[in-house]
Design a protein around this ligand. Structure first.
Ligand code: PHE
Length: 350
Protein backbone atom coordinates (compact mmCIF):
# COMPACT_ATOMS: atom_id res chain seq x y z
CA UNK A 1 0.00 0.00 0.00
CA UNK A 2 1.39 3.38 -0.91
CA UNK A 3 1.79 6.09 1.70
CA UNK A 4 -1.03 7.96 0.00
CA UNK A 5 -3.40 5.02 0.23
CA UNK A 6 -2.52 4.48 3.86
CA UNK A 7 -3.16 8.16 4.55
CA UNK A 8 -6.59 8.09 2.89
CA UNK A 9 -7.50 4.95 4.78
CA UNK A 10 -6.53 6.62 8.04
CA UNK A 11 -8.66 9.57 7.05
CA UNK A 12 -11.75 7.39 6.53
CA UNK A 13 -11.13 5.37 9.63
CA UNK A 14 -10.88 8.57 11.66
CA UNK A 15 -14.13 9.90 10.22
CA UNK A 16 -15.92 6.61 10.92
CA UNK A 17 -14.72 6.50 14.52
CA UNK A 18 -15.73 10.09 15.04
CA UNK A 19 -19.35 9.20 14.33
CA UNK A 20 -19.17 6.47 16.98
CA UNK A 21 -17.76 8.78 19.64
CA UNK A 22 -20.87 9.63 21.61
CA UNK A 23 -19.50 11.32 24.72
CA UNK A 24 -17.06 14.12 25.35
CA UNK A 25 -14.66 11.58 26.93
CA UNK A 26 -14.78 9.35 23.84
CA UNK A 27 -14.16 12.40 21.73
CA UNK A 28 -11.13 13.34 23.77
CA UNK A 29 -9.74 9.84 23.21
CA UNK A 30 -10.32 10.18 19.49
CA UNK A 31 -8.50 13.53 19.39
CA UNK A 32 -5.52 11.98 21.22
CA UNK A 33 -5.46 9.05 18.82
CA UNK A 34 -5.45 11.08 15.60
CA UNK A 35 -4.63 14.74 16.13
CA UNK A 36 -2.71 14.70 19.40
CA UNK A 37 1.06 15.01 19.67
CA UNK A 38 1.41 11.27 19.28
CA UNK A 39 -1.67 10.95 17.10
CA UNK A 40 -1.59 9.01 13.85
CA UNK A 41 -2.13 11.99 11.54
CA UNK A 42 0.58 13.92 13.36
CA UNK A 43 2.90 10.96 12.87
CA UNK A 44 2.06 10.83 9.19
CA UNK A 45 3.13 14.44 8.87
CA UNK A 46 6.48 13.53 10.42
CA UNK A 47 7.16 10.92 7.73
CA UNK A 48 7.37 13.62 5.05
CA UNK A 49 11.07 14.10 5.76
CA UNK A 50 11.91 10.49 4.87
CA UNK A 51 10.12 10.57 1.53
CA UNK A 52 11.68 10.99 -1.86
CA UNK A 53 11.97 14.68 -2.60
CA UNK A 54 9.42 14.78 -5.44
CA UNK A 55 6.73 13.07 -3.38
CA UNK A 56 7.03 15.42 -0.42
CA UNK A 57 4.97 18.50 -1.53
CA UNK A 58 1.88 16.54 -2.60
CA UNK A 59 1.93 14.30 0.45
CA UNK A 60 2.62 17.17 2.81
CA UNK A 61 -0.27 19.18 1.37
CA UNK A 62 -2.65 16.22 1.65
CA UNK A 63 -1.69 15.53 5.27
CA UNK A 64 -2.38 19.16 6.16
CA UNK A 65 -5.71 19.10 4.30
CA UNK A 66 -6.79 15.96 6.14
CA UNK A 67 -5.65 17.45 9.41
CA UNK A 68 -7.77 20.54 8.84
CA UNK A 69 -10.76 18.47 7.72
CA UNK A 70 -10.52 16.27 10.78
CA UNK A 71 -10.18 19.29 13.06
CA UNK A 72 -13.35 20.77 11.59
CA UNK A 73 -15.16 17.44 11.85
CA UNK A 74 -14.01 17.25 15.46
CA UNK A 75 -15.42 20.70 16.28
CA UNK A 76 -18.75 19.84 14.65
CA UNK A 77 -18.99 16.54 16.51
CA UNK A 78 -18.05 18.22 19.80
CA UNK A 79 -20.87 20.72 19.38
CA UNK A 80 -23.33 17.89 18.63
CA UNK A 81 -22.30 15.90 21.69
CA UNK A 82 -22.39 18.92 24.00
CA UNK A 83 -25.84 19.72 22.75
CA UNK A 84 -27.07 16.18 23.30
CA UNK A 85 -25.58 16.06 26.79
CA UNK A 86 -27.23 19.36 27.65
CA UNK A 87 -30.58 18.06 26.42
CA UNK A 88 -30.28 14.97 28.60
CA UNK A 89 -29.35 17.06 31.59
CA UNK A 90 -32.23 19.43 31.00
CA UNK A 91 -34.70 16.57 30.76
CA UNK A 92 -33.31 14.97 33.91
CA UNK A 93 -33.34 18.17 35.91
CA UNK A 94 -36.53 19.55 34.49
CA UNK A 95 -38.72 21.44 36.96
CA UNK A 96 -42.42 20.99 36.75
CA UNK A 97 -43.55 24.54 37.28
CA UNK A 98 -47.15 23.41 37.53
CA UNK A 99 -46.47 21.45 40.76
CA UNK A 100 -47.83 23.17 43.86
CA UNK A 101 -45.09 24.76 45.98
CA UNK A 102 -44.18 23.72 49.50
CA UNK A 103 -46.40 25.69 51.82
CA UNK A 104 -44.73 28.21 54.14
CA UNK A 105 -46.31 27.78 57.51
CA UNK A 106 -46.61 31.16 59.16
CA UNK A 107 -45.93 31.17 62.90
CA UNK A 108 -48.16 32.89 65.39
CA UNK A 109 -48.05 34.29 68.86
CA UNK A 110 -47.76 31.91 71.78
CA UNK A 111 -50.95 31.39 73.74
CA UNK A 112 -49.46 33.21 76.73
CA UNK A 113 -48.57 36.27 74.67
CA UNK A 114 -52.07 36.32 73.20
CA UNK A 115 -53.50 36.15 76.71
CA UNK A 116 -51.18 38.94 77.89
CA UNK A 117 -52.14 41.22 75.00
CA UNK A 118 -55.81 40.71 75.70
CA UNK A 119 -55.14 41.69 79.30
CA UNK A 120 -53.13 44.78 78.26
CA UNK A 121 -56.11 45.95 76.21
CA UNK A 122 -58.50 45.64 79.11
CA UNK A 123 -56.19 47.37 81.58
CA UNK A 124 -55.41 50.10 79.06
CA UNK A 125 -59.13 50.88 78.90
CA UNK A 126 -58.99 51.46 82.64
CA UNK A 127 -55.98 53.75 82.35
CA UNK A 128 -53.20 51.35 83.36
CA UNK A 129 -49.91 51.53 81.46
CA UNK A 130 -47.47 48.63 81.09
CA UNK A 131 -44.28 48.80 83.14
CA UNK A 132 -41.65 46.10 82.75
CA UNK A 133 -39.28 45.05 85.50
CA UNK A 134 -36.38 42.55 85.29
CA UNK A 135 -36.69 38.76 85.63
CA UNK A 136 -33.37 38.52 87.46
CA UNK A 137 -33.98 40.52 90.58
CA UNK A 138 -32.19 41.62 93.73
CA UNK A 139 -33.23 39.84 96.90
CA UNK A 140 -34.01 43.24 98.42
CA UNK A 141 -36.66 44.05 95.81
CA UNK A 142 -38.20 40.58 95.74
CA UNK A 143 -38.36 40.29 99.54
CA UNK A 144 -36.90 42.79 102.02
CA UNK A 145 -38.36 46.00 100.57
CA UNK A 146 -41.71 44.22 100.27
CA UNK A 147 -41.71 43.82 104.02
CA UNK A 148 -40.40 40.24 103.93
CA UNK A 149 -37.09 40.32 105.83
CA UNK A 150 -34.70 37.36 105.91
CA UNK A 151 -36.01 34.54 108.11
CA UNK A 152 -39.55 35.91 107.87
CA UNK A 153 -41.78 32.83 107.72
CA UNK A 154 -43.65 34.34 104.76
CA UNK A 155 -40.61 33.66 102.56
CA UNK A 156 -41.81 30.06 102.58
CA UNK A 157 -44.64 31.19 100.30
CA UNK A 158 -42.08 31.69 97.54
CA UNK A 159 -39.56 28.88 97.04
CA UNK A 160 -36.74 30.60 95.25
CA UNK A 161 -34.25 29.95 92.45
CA UNK A 162 -31.09 31.74 93.55
CA UNK A 163 -28.57 32.94 90.98
CA UNK A 164 -25.28 31.05 91.28
CA UNK A 165 -22.24 32.95 92.43
CA UNK A 166 -24.09 35.68 94.32
CA UNK A 167 -24.40 33.77 97.61
CA UNK A 168 -21.43 35.42 99.21
CA UNK A 169 -22.90 38.87 98.63
CA UNK A 170 -24.54 40.75 101.45
CA UNK A 171 -28.11 39.78 102.22
CA UNK A 172 -30.33 41.87 99.97
CA UNK A 173 -27.69 42.11 97.24
CA UNK A 174 -28.02 38.46 96.33
CA UNK A 175 -29.64 37.73 92.97
CA UNK A 176 -32.62 35.53 92.31
CA UNK A 177 -35.23 34.84 89.67
CA UNK A 178 -38.21 36.89 90.78
CA UNK A 179 -40.79 34.70 92.47
CA UNK A 180 -43.57 37.20 91.76
CA UNK A 181 -44.01 40.49 89.90
CA UNK A 182 -44.39 42.49 93.14
CA UNK A 183 -40.72 43.68 93.22
CA UNK A 184 -41.72 45.86 90.23
CA UNK A 185 -43.87 47.88 92.67
CA UNK A 186 -40.74 49.19 94.39
CA UNK A 187 -39.04 49.90 91.05
CA UNK A 188 -41.95 51.97 89.66
CA UNK A 189 -42.41 53.89 92.88
CA UNK A 190 -38.71 54.78 93.13
CA UNK A 191 -38.74 55.89 89.51
CA UNK A 192 -42.03 57.81 89.49
CA UNK A 193 -42.07 59.59 92.86
CA UNK A 194 -43.78 62.03 93.41
CA UNK A 195 -46.18 61.22 90.58
CA UNK A 196 -49.36 59.24 91.18
CA UNK A 197 -49.08 55.76 89.68
CA UNK A 198 -51.37 53.49 87.70
CA UNK A 199 -49.47 50.62 86.08
CA UNK A 200 -49.62 46.94 85.33
CA UNK A 201 -46.42 44.92 85.60
CA UNK A 202 -46.55 41.78 83.47
CA UNK A 203 -43.76 39.26 83.56
CA UNK A 204 -42.51 35.76 84.00
CA UNK A 205 -42.03 34.49 87.52
CA UNK A 206 -40.06 31.49 88.72
CA UNK A 207 -40.57 29.19 91.67
CA UNK A 208 -38.48 26.28 92.85
CA UNK A 209 -41.41 23.92 92.93
CA UNK A 210 -42.45 20.45 92.04
CA UNK A 211 -44.00 20.59 88.56
CA UNK A 212 -47.52 19.18 88.38
CA UNK A 213 -50.53 19.55 86.09
CA UNK A 214 -51.47 22.64 88.11
CA UNK A 215 -48.05 24.11 88.98
CA UNK A 216 -45.11 25.07 86.78
CA UNK A 217 -41.80 26.47 87.94
CA UNK A 218 -42.22 29.26 85.39
CA UNK A 219 -45.41 31.17 84.78
CA UNK A 220 -46.61 34.69 84.11
CA UNK A 221 -48.17 37.13 86.50
CA UNK A 222 -49.84 40.44 85.90
CA UNK A 223 -49.23 42.79 88.78
CA UNK A 224 -51.14 46.03 89.19
CA UNK A 225 -50.29 49.07 91.25
CA UNK A 226 -52.15 52.29 91.87
CA UNK A 227 -50.75 54.97 94.16
CA UNK A 228 -52.52 58.25 94.84
CA UNK A 229 -53.76 60.60 97.53
CA UNK A 230 -57.10 59.10 98.50
CA UNK A 231 -57.14 55.54 97.23
CA UNK A 232 -59.21 53.14 99.30
CA UNK A 233 -60.12 49.46 99.42
CA UNK A 234 -63.35 50.32 97.60
CA UNK A 235 -61.29 51.49 94.63
CA UNK A 236 -59.48 48.17 94.62
CA UNK A 237 -62.69 46.17 94.72
CA UNK A 238 -64.29 48.35 92.04
CA UNK A 239 -61.25 48.00 89.81
CA UNK A 240 -60.94 44.22 90.00
CA UNK A 241 -64.71 43.87 89.59
CA UNK A 242 -64.63 46.02 86.47
CA UNK A 243 -61.73 43.97 85.17
CA UNK A 244 -63.59 40.73 85.80
CA UNK A 245 -66.65 42.05 83.97
CA UNK A 246 -64.54 42.98 80.95
CA UNK A 247 -62.55 39.77 80.91
CA UNK A 248 -64.96 37.10 82.12
CA UNK A 249 -68.27 38.80 81.29
CA UNK A 250 -70.61 41.13 83.18
CA UNK A 251 -72.79 38.26 84.36
CA UNK A 252 -70.05 36.88 86.59
CA UNK A 253 -70.07 38.08 90.16
CA UNK A 254 -66.90 38.90 92.06
CA UNK A 255 -66.19 38.35 95.74
CA UNK A 256 -63.25 39.18 97.98
CA UNK A 257 -62.07 37.13 100.92
CA UNK A 258 -59.66 38.32 103.54
CA UNK A 259 -56.15 36.97 103.17
CA UNK A 260 -52.54 37.70 104.07
CA UNK A 261 -49.58 39.11 102.16
CA UNK A 262 -46.67 40.85 103.92
CA UNK A 263 -46.76 43.77 101.46
CA UNK A 264 -50.48 44.61 101.63
CA UNK A 265 -52.70 45.55 104.55
CA UNK A 266 -55.48 44.61 104.50
CA UNK A 267 -54.96 41.75 102.06
CA UNK A 268 -57.63 40.00 100.06
CA UNK A 269 -58.10 37.22 97.60
CA UNK A 270 -60.37 37.91 94.65
CA UNK A 271 -62.70 35.25 93.27
CA UNK A 272 -64.97 35.32 90.27
CA UNK A 273 -67.91 33.03 89.57
CA UNK A 274 -66.72 30.02 87.63
CA UNK A 275 -66.57 30.84 83.92
CA UNK A 276 -67.58 27.33 83.06
CA UNK A 277 -70.58 26.57 85.26
CA UNK A 278 -71.41 30.15 86.23
CA UNK A 279 -71.49 29.25 89.92
CA UNK A 280 -73.36 25.95 89.76
CA UNK A 281 -70.27 23.92 90.64
CA UNK A 282 -68.13 21.83 88.28
CA UNK A 283 -64.76 20.12 87.99
CA UNK A 284 -62.97 23.34 86.96
CA UNK A 285 -64.03 25.20 90.12
CA UNK A 286 -63.82 22.01 92.20
CA UNK A 287 -67.57 22.29 92.88
CA UNK A 288 -67.24 25.58 94.78
CA UNK A 289 -68.73 27.75 92.02
CA UNK A 290 -65.82 30.20 92.40
CA UNK A 291 -62.40 30.64 90.82
CA UNK A 292 -59.58 32.43 92.57
CA UNK A 293 -58.26 35.07 90.15
CA UNK A 294 -55.95 37.36 92.16
CA UNK A 295 -54.19 38.21 95.37
CA UNK A 296 -54.54 41.86 96.25
CA UNK A 297 -54.66 44.47 98.98
CA UNK A 298 -53.85 48.00 100.07
CA UNK A 299 -50.14 48.72 99.71
CA UNK A 300 -48.52 48.30 103.13
CA UNK A 301 -47.24 51.58 104.66
CA UNK A 302 -43.75 50.11 104.95
CA UNK A 303 -43.78 49.32 101.21
CA UNK A 304 -45.00 52.81 100.29
CA UNK A 305 -42.19 54.23 102.37
CA UNK A 306 -39.62 51.91 100.76
CA UNK A 307 -40.86 53.21 97.43
CA UNK A 308 -40.35 56.80 98.58
CA UNK A 309 -44.01 57.67 99.16
CA UNK A 310 -45.03 59.07 102.60
CA UNK A 311 -47.79 56.74 103.85
CA UNK A 312 -49.38 59.62 105.76
CA UNK A 313 -50.02 61.40 102.47
CA UNK A 314 -50.23 58.59 99.92
CA UNK A 315 -52.12 55.34 99.71
CA UNK A 316 -52.48 52.68 97.05
CA UNK A 317 -53.67 49.25 96.07
CA UNK A 318 -51.89 46.36 94.40
CA UNK A 319 -53.01 43.11 92.85
CA UNK A 320 -51.43 40.08 91.25
CA UNK A 321 -53.24 37.99 88.65
CA UNK A 322 -52.22 34.70 87.15
CA UNK A 323 -52.04 34.63 83.34
CA UNK A 324 -51.97 30.95 82.38
CA UNK A 325 -54.77 29.81 84.73
CA UNK A 326 -57.45 32.03 83.18
CA UNK A 327 -56.30 30.96 79.70
CA UNK A 328 -56.54 27.33 80.81
CA UNK A 329 -60.07 27.85 82.04
CA UNK A 330 -61.04 29.72 78.92
CA UNK A 331 -59.68 27.11 76.50
CA UNK A 332 -60.20 24.03 78.64
CA UNK A 333 -56.47 23.28 78.94
CA UNK A 334 -56.08 20.74 81.70
CA UNK A 335 -52.30 20.63 82.06
CA UNK A 336 -50.26 23.78 82.74
CA UNK A 337 -47.09 22.00 81.59
CA UNK A 338 -48.34 22.22 78.01
CA UNK A 339 -47.63 25.97 77.94
CA UNK A 340 -43.86 25.66 77.98
CA UNK A 341 -43.46 22.05 76.80
CA UNK A 342 -42.89 23.25 73.21
CA UNK A 343 -45.23 20.65 71.73
CA UNK A 344 -46.36 22.16 68.43
CA UNK A 345 -49.47 19.99 68.38
CA UNK A 346 -50.62 21.95 71.42
CA UNK A 347 -49.31 25.38 70.45
CA UNK A 348 -50.79 25.35 66.94
CA UNK A 349 -54.30 25.13 68.30
CA UNK A 350 -54.40 28.73 69.45
N1 PHE B 1 -47.25 38.73 94.75
C1 PHE B 1 -48.34 37.93 95.28
C2 PHE B 1 -48.10 36.47 94.89
O1 PHE B 1 -47.29 36.18 94.06
C3 PHE B 1 -49.68 38.37 94.72
C4 PHE B 1 -50.03 39.75 95.19
C5 PHE B 1 -49.70 40.83 94.41
C6 PHE B 1 -50.75 39.94 96.35
C7 PHE B 1 -50.04 42.11 94.83
C8 PHE B 1 -51.08 41.19 96.78
C9 PHE B 1 -50.75 42.26 95.99
O2 PHE B 1 -48.68 35.60 95.48
Amino acid sequence: MSSFEALEQLHHQALAELVDAATTEALKGWEDRYLGRKGQITQQARTVGQMPKEARPAFGRRVNEIKTLLEQAYETRLAEIRNAELQTQMTREAIDVTLPGRPMVPGHLHLTIQALRELYDIWAKMGFEVYEAPDVELEAYNFDLLNIPEYHPARDMWDTFWVKGTNDQQAGDRRLLRTHTSPGQIRVMRERYPEPIRVILPGKCYRYEQITVRAEHQFYQMEGLAVGRAITLTDLIGTVTQFSHLYYGADRQVRVRSSYFPFTEPSVEVDTQCILCGGEGCAVCKYTGWLEIAGAGMVHPVVLENGGYDPDVWSGFAFGFGVERPAMQKYGVEDIRLFYGNDLRFLRQF
